[in-house]
Design a protein around this ligand. Structure first.
Ligand code: IYR
Length: 231
């Protein structure tokens, strides 16, 4: 090993271990790619949740999967607050609906309201109390060391966005549904859920089963030739 690389490796705090990697055949890769694609294409965002309970263990698995996401400097800048307590869900709903009431009735520019109109969203958020779980993802904007000093965290929006994607995929794969709700502003969540000042609420995700007769908009996903460019 070249001296410089060995020196560099020795200076790292993590020991390095061999990558565990399963080499797939070309056929296996394609079959797995298609199977995952087909599964993910059946994922839909619905606003209609059943009140049927969901075991905590399933939420734990989704959060573990989210926590496997890559992150800037491996700082894992996320906290997932999983709420099943009815009283706390109601307080979240009431506070969110208060903000959304202002959003839909004057705070949001008309262009934004127009963009949302085809989806039929409004200030009513029954899913925040119907769903058995409401998972709030907080982004740790910076770290706080044991001595109270701030530690810079890197690429926290990107890292948390990736973790949210993993969470959503995990929820779908276990046969549940979720919705990415973004009350605006969402400062109330940090207070209500008693999070430290370095944690900023980023996404509210009700998780559960769809209600009987749950509806989704009949929209479509852009085909490959509209989202990929090859050079
Ligand atoms: N925060 C509002 C508005 C909203 C914004 C976007 I962009 C959406 O895709 C959906 C809703 C709400 O949650 O209703």
């Amino acid at each position: 090993m070249p001296k410089t690389i060995r020196g560099e490796l020795a200076a790292r705090s993590y020991p390095f271990v061999p990558l565990r990697f399963t080499r797939r055949t070309a056929g296996e890769s394609l079959a797995r790619a298609k199977a995952f694609h087909d599964e993910m294409q059946t994922r839909r965002t619905t606003r209609h949740f059943s009140t049927e309970p969901v075991p905590r263990e399933l939420i734990e698995w989704a959060i573990r999967t989210a926590g496997s996401a890559p992150s800037g400097a491996h700082q894992q800048p996320w906290t997932f607050v999983a709420v099943s307590d009815a009283e706390t869900k109601l307080r979240i709903r009431e506070a969110a609906e208060k903000e959304e009431q202002a959003f839909y009735n004057g705070r949001a520019p008309q262009e934004w309201i127009d963009a949302l109109a085809p989806l039929g969203t409004d200030e009513h958020k029954p899913h925040l109390t119907d769903a058995p779980w409401v998972v709030v993802m907080f982004r740790r904007a910076y770290g706080i060391d044991e001595d109270g000093s701030r530690r810079t965290y890197y690429y926290t929006p990107e890292s948390c966005g990736i973790a949210a994607g993993f969470f959503i995929a995990a929820v779908h794969m276990m046969g549940l549904v979720t919705l990415t709700h973004t009350p605006s502003p969402m400062g109330f969540l940090g207070e209500l859920l008693e999070r430290p000042v370095n944690e900023k609420a980023m996404l509210v995700m009700p998780v559960g089963l769809p209600a009987d007769g749950a509806m989704v908009p009949d929209n479509h996903r852009k085909p490959l030739d509209q989202i990929a460019i090859w050079r």
